[in-house]
Design a binder for this molecule. Sequence first.
Ligand code: HEC
Length: 245
Amino acid sequence: MPTPAFRRPLAAAGLLAGLLAVTAADPSVAAVPDDSVGRVLKADVAFLQKNLADAKAAKWGSPLRGVALNVAAYAAASKDAVLLEQANKVLAALAGKKPDVAAALSVAKAMAPKGGAGGKLDVPAGVTADIHDVMNVFALERSGGQNIDKDLKTQSKAVTDVALAELIAARSAAAGVYTLKAEVEFDAGKKTKAKWEKWSQDMITASEKAAAEAAKGAKANKADVAKSLSSLLGSCNACHEVFRD
Ligand code: HEC
């Protein structure tokens, strides 16, 4: 079971929006190639449409919210206001103990990402995230997640599917920006803010590198992608060892 500390949402995200001026030098945002933004949006919208229509959808509230969070982040990055609003509606429909799957599905069905024009990835104004939902995107497919935990382990050894590697990287970059800005209860022992921020930033940096190379498709250097994915996996493991109870 998750600890209460991690269930607290990024409550102040909306209120702080005006203060969180994003500049090119801001280390707390991620950069993903424009083409990857387009492709991850297409894949994640399709994922929402498929899984929200699944008989198990009601049980998959957490990973579905996590994927909607990533759609929101990428919609904001690509300045697609319509899609951002739709992602927020899906999040609202899936909030609480009894997710309104039918309402979420009808919104998701109307989603048509423009994609293409990428931008800096950050926590969008007005969006609140729960670290449990952010992490559940990585969970196994049969648990409603995107199987990233498992696929990352194999692709980091040897990249057999560049398109999959690109999606893993883009999704992890989005998770990284949410993680970096999550409200977490730190302590004076092992669970320090500095460590949390370092591993979140490491997750972002490795994801950016993997996405930049994998976005080249058939021309990508697979060994380089695997190397970046391996660093990415290192950041997952380092953080879990200390912060995952
Ligand atoms: C900065 C810290 C941090 C990083 C980096 C991180 N995680 Fe997590 N992860 C957590 C915490 C904390 C939890 C427990 C969250 C909860 O359930 O409240 C968690 C939980 C999970 C879970 C279980 C889902 C759940 O919440 O029940 C999976 C799967 C997971 N992480 C995968 C990954 C993968 C894959 C990566 C790297 C690509 C990663 N994580 C990177 C902190 C991190």
